[in-house]
Design a protein around this ligand. Structure first.
Ligand code: F6P
Ligand code: MN
Length: 348
C-alpha cells in the first residue's frame, strides 16, 4: 500500500466520478472504472513522490541535484538535474497507471503513454527548482483529467474539468494535498510505514488574513493595482487597510500554497512589464489550475487578479497566467484594486 484510501478521499472520488459520468461524452469512463482509475493514478504519483522525496532527503549526498543541465524547458527556464530526474520518475510511474497522455512542464509536447487508457495527467514534476540546493521545501504538482478525443483536447480545456488535483511537498514532512472535487485533504508520508496517511480532512482556509506572499523585488515592474495594494499593506495600521501586514515568501509555489492552506494569507505572482513576465511566471496547466482547485475546495479563491483561474480556457500548453490566491477577503481586496468594471469573482 502506498496511500491509505480508507478516508474521505475515496468518497470524494466517488462523488466526482458520478458528476463526470453525467457528461454526455461517450468516451468518458464508467463510474466504477473512473474511481479505480483515479485511485491507481494517485497511487502511482505517490510512488513517484516517495522516490523524489528520498532523493531530496539525501540532498548533497546525491551529487549535483541543483546543477543546471545546460538545457531549458519549453518555457525557457534553465533545467536542473533534479527537474529532469523527477520528470523521468513521474513518467515511469504513470506508465504503470491508466494514463493515456502526460503533459509535463519539462517536456515540449504531450507524451502519449497508451492512447487506449482513460486518463490524462499534467504535472510540474519538480516545483521550486531554485530552492533545490538550499534544503527548502520543493514539490510535485499534478492535475488529472478524463481523456477526450485526442491528446490535445484532453488538456486544452478549463481547469474546472479536473477530476483530481493537488501537490506533494518535500519538506520537513513529505505531504500530499489533494482534492477530487469534494473538499481538500492532506496526507502525510509516514516514514515508519512508507504509506501516505490522512492527516487533515476537509481543510478550510481562514477567510481573512494579514499575511501576504509576493516577490517584492519585482515591485518596480508591477502594474498600478498590485503596486497600490502592496504599498497599502506596507503602510500598516495607519494606512488605508488599517492593519499591520506580515510577509512570507518561500519561493516554492507548493510551500507558499501549503502555508496559506494552513493559516491563511494571499499569494500573488502578477504579470509585470519584464519581457516574458507579462503573464507572470506560473503556468496555467501545471501550476495555477491544480493549486486553484485545492484552494477553492478549501474555501479560498484563485484568480488572475480579477477572473477565476478555473474558468480560463487553455490556449497553449505552457501558457503562463498571473496568479492570485488564498483567503477570500484579501483576494477580493486585490480584485477591487483593479478596474472595478472588470471585477468578477465567479465562484462566490
Ligand atoms: O515554478 C516556478 C517557481 O519556482 C514557483 O515555485 C515559485 O512560486 C516561483 O517560481 C518563484 O519565483 P521567483 O524566482 O520570482 O521568486
Ligand atoms: Mn513550478
Amino acid at each position: 500500500m502506498t496511500i491509505n484510501f480508507s478516508s474521505g478521499f475515496a468518497k470524494n472520488i466517488q462523488n466526482n466520478a458520478r458528476q463526470e459520468n453525467r457528461q454526455e461524452n461517450s468516451q468518458e469512463n464508467s463510474q466504477e472504472n473512473s474511481q479505480a482509475d483515479i485511485h491507481a493514478t494517485v497511487s502511482a504519483l505517490c510512488v513517484a513522490a516517495k522516490q523524489i522525496s528520498h532523493i531530496c532527503a539525501r540532498g548533497p549526498l546525491e551529487s549535483g541535484l541543483g546543477a543546471t543541465t545546460g538545457g531549458a524547458n519549453s518555457d525557457g527556464d534553465a533545467q536542473k538535474a533534479l527537474d529532469v530526474r523527477s520528470d523521468e520518475i513521474v513518467t515511469a510511474a504513470l506508465e504503470t497507471a491508466p494514463v493515456a497522455y502526460y503533459a509535463s512542464e519539462e517536456q515540449d509536447d504531450i507524451v502519449t503513454l497508451d492512447a487506449s487508457k482513460p486518463l490524462a495527467v499534467a504535472s510540474d514534476p519538480l516545483d521550486g527548482s531554485s530552492n533545490i540546493d538550499t534544503n527548502v521545501s520543493i514539490g510535485t504538482i499534478f492535475s488529472i483529467y478524463t481523456v477526450r478525443k485526442d491528446a490535445k483536447s484532453s488538456f486544452f480545456r478549463a481547469g474546472s474539468d479536473q477530476i483530481c488535483g493537488g501537490f506533494f511537498v518535500y519538506g520537513p514532512q513529505t505531504t500530499l494535498v489533494i482534492t477530487a472535487g469534494a473538499g481538500t485533504e492532506t496526507y502525510v508520508l509516514d516514514p515508519d510505514t512508507g504509506n501516505f496517511e490522512l492527516a487533515i480532512a476537509d481543510m478550510k482556509i481562514a477567510i481573512a488574513s494579514t499575511e501576504y506572499a509576493i516577490n517584492a523585488s519585482n515591485h518596480q515592474h508591477w502594474d498600478a493595482p498590485i503596486k497600490s495594494y502592496i504599498e497599502d499593506c506596507l503602510a500598516g495600521a495607519k494606512g488605508p487597510l488599517g492593519e499591520k501586514y506580515n510577509m512570507r515568501w518561500v519561493g516554492s509555489l507548493v510551500a507558499d500554497a501549503n502555508r496559506i492552506l494552513s493559516r491563511g494569507g494571499i499569494f500573488m505572482y502578477p504579470g509585470d512589464d519584464r519581457k516574458g513576465y507579462q503573464e507572470g511566471r506560473l503556468r496555467l496547466l501545471y501550476e495555477a489550475n491544480p493549486v486553484a482547485f485545492v484552494i477553492e475546495q478549501a474555501g479560498g479563491i484563485a484568480t488572475d487578479g480579477t477572473q477565476r483561474i478555473l474558468d480560463m480556457p487553455l490556449e497553449n500548453l505552457h501558457q503562463r497566467i498571473p496568479l492570485v490566491f488564498g483567503s477570500q477577503k484579501p483576494v477580493q481586496m486585490v480584485a477591487s484594486y483593479h478596474d472595478k468594471k472588470s471585477v468578477k469573482i465567479n465562484n462566490l
